[in-house]
Design a protein around this ligand. Structure first.
Ligand SMILES: [Mg+2]
Length: 310
Protein backbone atom coordinates (compact mmCIF):
# COMPACT_ATOMS: atom_id res chain seq x y z
CA UNK A 1 0.00 0.00 0.00
CA UNK A 2 2.72 2.43 0.92
CA UNK A 3 4.80 1.58 -2.12
CA UNK A 4 1.84 2.32 -4.32
CA UNK A 5 1.42 5.76 -2.85
CA UNK A 6 4.86 6.88 -3.90
CA UNK A 7 3.31 9.71 -5.84
CA UNK A 8 3.03 11.36 -2.47
CA UNK A 9 6.77 10.99 -2.01
CA UNK A 10 7.65 14.51 -3.11
CA UNK A 11 5.43 15.91 -0.44
CA UNK A 12 6.87 13.51 2.13
CA UNK A 13 10.38 14.63 1.33
CA UNK A 14 9.66 18.33 1.32
CA UNK A 15 7.67 18.30 4.52
CA UNK A 16 10.09 15.90 6.20
CA UNK A 17 12.95 18.17 5.24
CA UNK A 18 11.06 21.08 6.71
CA UNK A 19 10.61 19.32 9.99
CA UNK A 20 14.12 17.86 10.07
CA UNK A 21 15.57 21.29 9.53
CA UNK A 22 14.36 22.60 12.83
CA UNK A 23 14.61 21.55 16.41
CA UNK A 24 11.60 19.60 17.54
CA UNK A 25 10.26 21.16 20.69
CA UNK A 26 8.57 18.79 23.11
CA UNK A 27 5.12 19.83 24.23
CA UNK A 28 5.31 21.82 27.44
CA UNK A 29 2.26 22.02 29.67
CA UNK A 30 0.96 25.39 30.80
CA UNK A 31 1.52 24.32 34.37
CA UNK A 32 3.45 21.51 36.00
CA UNK A 33 6.34 19.55 34.66
CA UNK A 34 7.36 19.62 30.99
CA UNK A 35 6.29 16.72 28.82
CA UNK A 36 9.05 14.37 27.78
CA UNK A 37 7.65 12.67 24.73
CA UNK A 38 10.19 10.73 22.68
CA UNK A 39 11.29 12.49 19.53
CA UNK A 40 11.49 10.25 16.49
CA UNK A 41 13.00 11.81 13.38
CA UNK A 42 11.25 11.38 10.07
CA UNK A 43 12.91 9.21 7.46
CA UNK A 44 13.12 11.33 4.32
CA UNK A 45 13.70 8.43 1.92
CA UNK A 46 11.18 8.56 -0.90
CA UNK A 47 8.56 5.87 -0.70
CA UNK A 48 9.77 4.51 2.62
CA UNK A 49 7.59 4.43 5.70
CA UNK A 50 8.56 7.43 7.77
CA UNK A 51 8.91 5.38 10.90
CA UNK A 52 8.63 1.59 11.05
CA UNK A 53 7.54 1.85 14.68
CA UNK A 54 4.53 4.02 13.88
CA UNK A 55 1.71 3.27 16.23
CA UNK A 56 -1.61 2.44 14.60
CA UNK A 57 -3.89 5.45 14.39
CA UNK A 58 -6.72 3.47 15.88
CA UNK A 59 -6.76 0.01 17.40
CA UNK A 60 -8.01 -1.12 14.03
CA UNK A 61 -5.00 0.34 12.22
CA UNK A 62 -4.60 3.37 10.05
CA UNK A 63 -5.67 3.91 6.50
CA UNK A 64 -3.43 6.83 5.80
CA UNK A 65 0.27 6.22 5.25
CA UNK A 66 2.60 8.77 6.85
CA UNK A 67 2.76 10.45 3.45
CA UNK A 68 -1.02 10.45 3.36
CA UNK A 69 -1.10 12.01 6.80
CA UNK A 70 1.22 14.74 5.59
CA UNK A 71 -1.02 15.41 2.59
CA UNK A 72 -4.22 15.44 4.65
CA UNK A 73 -2.79 17.84 7.19
CA UNK A 74 -1.13 19.99 4.54
CA UNK A 75 -4.59 20.35 2.99
CA UNK A 76 -6.36 21.15 6.23
CA UNK A 77 -3.77 23.56 7.53
CA UNK A 78 -2.80 25.39 4.37
CA UNK A 79 -5.30 24.96 1.54
CA UNK A 80 -7.60 27.88 0.85
CA UNK A 81 -9.94 25.22 -0.54
CA UNK A 82 -10.34 23.67 2.94
CA UNK A 83 -11.08 27.09 4.37
CA UNK A 84 -13.63 27.72 1.62
CA UNK A 85 -15.43 24.42 2.38
CA UNK A 86 -15.75 25.36 6.04
CA UNK A 87 -16.89 28.91 5.32
CA UNK A 88 -19.41 27.62 2.79
CA UNK A 89 -20.92 25.28 5.38
CA UNK A 90 -21.08 27.84 8.14
CA UNK A 91 -22.37 30.62 5.90
CA UNK A 92 -25.24 28.50 4.58
CA UNK A 93 -26.05 27.28 8.09
CA UNK A 94 -26.18 30.88 9.28
CA UNK A 95 -28.73 31.62 6.57
CA UNK A 96 -30.92 28.80 7.90
CA UNK A 97 -31.00 30.05 11.48
CA UNK A 98 -34.14 32.14 11.08
CA UNK A 99 -36.08 29.24 9.56
CA UNK A 100 -34.88 26.97 12.37
CA UNK A 101 -35.98 29.53 14.92
CA UNK A 102 -39.49 29.61 13.47
CA UNK A 103 -39.85 25.82 13.55
CA UNK A 104 -40.90 25.73 17.20
CA UNK A 105 -42.31 22.34 18.17
CA UNK A 106 -44.43 23.87 20.93
CA UNK A 107 -42.78 21.78 23.64
CA UNK A 108 -41.60 24.82 25.54
CA UNK A 109 -38.05 23.47 25.53
CA UNK A 110 -35.31 25.95 24.63
CA UNK A 111 -33.90 25.68 21.13
CA UNK A 112 -30.41 24.30 20.83
CA UNK A 113 -27.73 23.67 18.25
CA UNK A 114 -25.48 20.68 18.94
CA UNK A 115 -21.90 20.81 17.72
CA UNK A 116 -19.04 18.36 17.84
CA UNK A 117 -15.80 20.07 18.90
CA UNK A 118 -12.65 18.60 17.33
CA UNK A 119 -12.26 19.53 13.67
CA UNK A 120 -15.80 20.92 13.69
CA UNK A 121 -15.34 23.93 15.97
CA UNK A 122 -11.83 23.38 17.33
CA UNK A 123 -8.82 23.13 15.01
CA UNK A 124 -6.23 20.78 16.48
CA UNK A 125 -3.67 21.29 13.74
CA UNK A 126 -0.99 21.84 16.38
CA UNK A 127 -1.48 18.30 17.66
CA UNK A 128 -1.42 16.90 14.13
CA UNK A 129 1.81 18.81 13.46
CA UNK A 130 3.26 17.37 16.64
CA UNK A 131 2.58 13.85 15.34
CA UNK A 132 4.15 14.61 11.98
CA UNK A 133 7.15 16.40 13.47
CA UNK A 134 7.86 13.42 15.69
CA UNK A 135 7.14 10.70 13.14
CA UNK A 136 4.32 9.38 15.26
CA UNK A 137 0.91 7.96 14.61
CA UNK A 138 -1.99 8.80 16.88
CA UNK A 139 -1.51 7.61 20.44
CA UNK A 140 -4.14 8.08 23.10
CA UNK A 141 -1.52 8.98 25.72
CA UNK A 142 -0.29 11.91 23.60
CA UNK A 143 -3.82 13.11 22.94
CA UNK A 144 -4.63 12.90 26.66
CA UNK A 145 -1.73 15.19 27.47
CA UNK A 146 -2.69 17.59 24.69
CA UNK A 147 -6.26 17.68 25.96
CA UNK A 148 -5.12 18.44 29.49
CA UNK A 149 -2.09 20.63 29.08
CA UNK A 150 -2.18 22.46 25.74
CA UNK A 151 -5.49 24.38 25.64
CA UNK A 152 -3.63 27.41 24.30
CA UNK A 153 -2.72 25.53 21.12
CA UNK A 154 -6.23 25.22 19.69
CA UNK A 155 -7.64 27.45 16.97
CA UNK A 156 -11.04 28.00 15.40
CA UNK A 157 -12.21 25.95 12.47
CA UNK A 158 -12.89 28.62 9.82
CA UNK A 159 -16.37 30.09 10.11
CA UNK A 160 -17.28 28.44 13.42
CA UNK A 161 -16.74 31.51 15.57
CA UNK A 162 -19.00 33.75 13.49
CA UNK A 163 -21.65 31.04 13.22
CA UNK A 164 -21.77 30.49 16.98
CA UNK A 165 -22.01 34.24 17.59
CA UNK A 166 -24.87 34.51 15.09
CA UNK A 167 -26.74 31.56 16.59
CA UNK A 168 -26.31 32.84 20.14
CA UNK A 169 -27.55 36.28 19.05
CA UNK A 170 -30.72 34.60 17.75
CA UNK A 171 -31.29 32.88 21.08
CA UNK A 172 -30.06 29.37 20.42
CA UNK A 173 -28.33 27.48 23.22
CA UNK A 174 -25.05 26.08 21.95
CA UNK A 175 -24.37 22.53 23.11
CA UNK A 176 -21.01 20.85 22.56
CA UNK A 177 -21.21 17.07 22.18
CA UNK A 178 -17.66 15.80 22.00
CA UNK A 179 -15.64 12.67 22.63
CA UNK A 180 -13.10 14.71 24.50
CA UNK A 181 -12.99 13.14 27.92
CA UNK A 182 -15.10 14.19 30.87
CA UNK A 183 -12.18 13.53 33.23
CA UNK A 184 -10.20 16.24 31.41
CA UNK A 185 -13.08 18.72 31.23
CA UNK A 186 -10.98 21.51 32.73
CA UNK A 187 -8.57 21.31 29.79
CA UNK A 188 -11.43 21.50 27.30
CA UNK A 189 -13.05 24.41 29.13
CA UNK A 190 -9.67 26.18 29.09
CA UNK A 191 -9.36 25.54 25.34
CA UNK A 192 -12.82 26.95 24.64
CA UNK A 193 -12.13 29.96 26.86
CA UNK A 194 -8.88 30.46 24.99
CA UNK A 195 -10.94 30.69 21.81
CA UNK A 196 -13.12 33.33 23.48
CA UNK A 197 -16.23 31.20 23.73
CA UNK A 198 -19.08 32.41 25.94
CA UNK A 199 -18.38 31.05 29.40
CA UNK A 200 -21.89 31.21 30.88
CA UNK A 201 -22.96 27.71 31.81
CA UNK A 202 -20.25 26.29 29.59
CA UNK A 203 -19.61 23.17 31.66
CA UNK A 204 -23.32 22.39 31.66
CA UNK A 205 -23.35 22.71 27.87
CA UNK A 206 -20.46 20.28 27.42
CA UNK A 207 -21.42 16.65 26.89
CA UNK A 208 -18.12 14.79 26.95
CA UNK A 209 -17.20 11.13 26.85
CA UNK A 210 -17.16 9.01 29.97
CA UNK A 211 -17.13 5.39 28.85
CA UNK A 212 -18.15 5.29 25.19
CA UNK A 213 -17.57 7.05 21.88
CA UNK A 214 -21.23 6.38 21.07
CA UNK A 215 -22.89 9.79 21.22
CA UNK A 216 -26.45 8.48 20.92
CA UNK A 217 -27.23 8.31 24.68
CA UNK A 218 -25.91 11.86 25.10
CA UNK A 219 -27.91 13.06 22.08
CA UNK A 220 -31.03 11.55 23.69
CA UNK A 221 -30.26 13.28 26.99
CA UNK A 222 -29.87 16.59 25.16
CA UNK A 223 -33.17 16.10 23.32
CA UNK A 224 -34.91 15.58 26.67
CA UNK A 225 -34.07 19.15 27.58
CA UNK A 226 -33.85 20.97 24.26
CA UNK A 227 -35.39 21.24 20.83
CA UNK A 228 -32.35 20.36 18.75
CA UNK A 229 -32.50 22.32 15.51
CA UNK A 230 -29.11 21.58 13.97
CA UNK A 231 -26.22 19.15 14.40
CA UNK A 232 -22.64 19.84 13.30
CA UNK A 233 -19.79 17.37 12.93
CA UNK A 234 -16.84 16.17 10.89
CA UNK A 235 -17.77 12.51 11.41
CA UNK A 236 -21.14 11.05 10.49
CA UNK A 237 -21.31 9.49 13.94
CA UNK A 238 -21.78 13.08 15.13
CA UNK A 239 -25.27 12.73 13.60
CA UNK A 240 -26.23 9.10 13.95
CA UNK A 241 -24.72 5.92 15.31
CA UNK A 242 -25.96 4.26 12.11
CA UNK A 243 -22.64 5.36 10.66
CA UNK A 244 -20.47 3.35 12.98
CA UNK A 245 -18.07 1.28 10.88
CA UNK A 246 -18.75 -1.73 13.01
CA UNK A 247 -16.78 -4.53 11.44
CA UNK A 248 -15.43 -7.44 13.46
CA UNK A 249 -11.68 -7.97 13.53
CA UNK A 250 -9.90 -9.41 11.69
CA UNK A 251 -11.77 -7.97 8.75
CA UNK A 252 -11.42 -8.58 5.06
CA UNK A 253 -11.51 -6.15 2.18
CA UNK A 254 -14.96 -7.54 1.32
CA UNK A 255 -16.19 -6.83 4.85
CA UNK A 256 -14.91 -3.30 4.52
CA UNK A 257 -16.48 -2.89 1.08
CA UNK A 258 -19.90 -3.88 2.43
CA UNK A 259 -19.64 -1.40 5.28
CA UNK A 260 -18.36 1.31 2.95
CA UNK A 261 -21.33 0.77 0.63
CA UNK A 262 -23.77 0.64 3.53
CA UNK A 263 -22.45 3.93 4.93
CA UNK A 264 -22.83 5.59 1.53
CA UNK A 265 -26.35 4.19 1.11
CA UNK A 266 -27.18 5.55 4.56
CA UNK A 267 -26.00 9.00 3.49
CA UNK A 268 -28.32 8.79 0.50
CA UNK A 269 -31.18 7.81 2.81
CA UNK A 270 -30.36 10.76 5.09
CA UNK A 271 -29.79 13.23 2.26
CA UNK A 272 -32.77 15.37 3.24
CA UNK A 273 -30.93 16.26 6.46
CA UNK A 274 -27.84 17.53 4.69
CA UNK A 275 -27.64 21.28 4.59
CA UNK A 276 -30.90 21.47 6.54
CA UNK A 277 -30.34 20.23 10.08
CA UNK A 278 -27.11 18.27 9.55
CA UNK A 279 -23.96 20.19 8.65
CA UNK A 280 -20.73 18.35 7.98
CA UNK A 281 -17.21 19.73 7.91
CA UNK A 282 -14.37 18.13 5.90
CA UNK A 283 -11.73 16.10 7.71
CA UNK A 284 -9.35 14.10 5.51
CA UNK A 285 -6.90 13.49 8.40
CA UNK A 286 -8.92 11.05 10.49
CA UNK A 287 -12.40 9.70 10.99
CA UNK A 288 -14.73 6.75 10.95
CA UNK A 289 -14.04 6.12 7.24
CA UNK A 290 -10.45 5.35 8.06
CA UNK A 291 -11.33 2.13 9.90
CA UNK A 292 -12.17 0.60 6.53
CA UNK A 293 -8.63 1.05 5.25
CA UNK A 294 -7.31 -2.00 7.08
CA UNK A 295 -6.14 -4.43 5.73
CA UNK A 296 -5.88 -2.73 2.35
CA UNK A 297 -7.06 0.53 0.81
CA UNK A 298 -6.37 -0.04 -2.88
CA UNK A 299 -8.99 -2.75 -3.64
CA UNK A 300 -11.64 -0.30 -2.41
CA UNK A 301 -10.68 2.37 -4.92
CA UNK A 302 -12.11 2.68 -8.41
CA UNK A 303 -10.58 0.26 -10.94
CA UNK A 304 -7.63 1.87 -12.67
CA UNK A 305 -8.10 3.26 -16.13
CA UNK A 306 -6.25 1.30 -18.83
CA UNK A 307 -3.75 3.48 -20.61
CA UNK A 308 -1.98 2.07 -23.63
CA UNK A 309 1.72 2.75 -23.46
CA UNK A 310 3.18 4.78 -26.37
MG1 LIG B 1 -14.75 15.82 15.40
Amino acid sequence: MRRNLQAMGWMTVSVAAFFLGRTVQPLAPAVGQPLTLPVQPLNPAVGQPLNPALQPLTPAGQALTPAGQVGANFYMQTAAEYRACCLQTYRLATEKLDAARKADDGSGKPMAIVMDLDETVVDNGAFQSYLLANGKGYAQADWDRYEQFRPQDVAWVPGAKAFIAAAEAKGFTMIYLSNRQEKFIDGTVAALKHLGMAEAGLKERLFLSTTTSNKEPRRMAIREKYQVKMLFGDNLRDFSEDYRANVAMPRSVDDNRKVMQARKAQVDADATHLGVDWWILPNPAYGEWEKLGTPNVLPLLHPATKLSMP
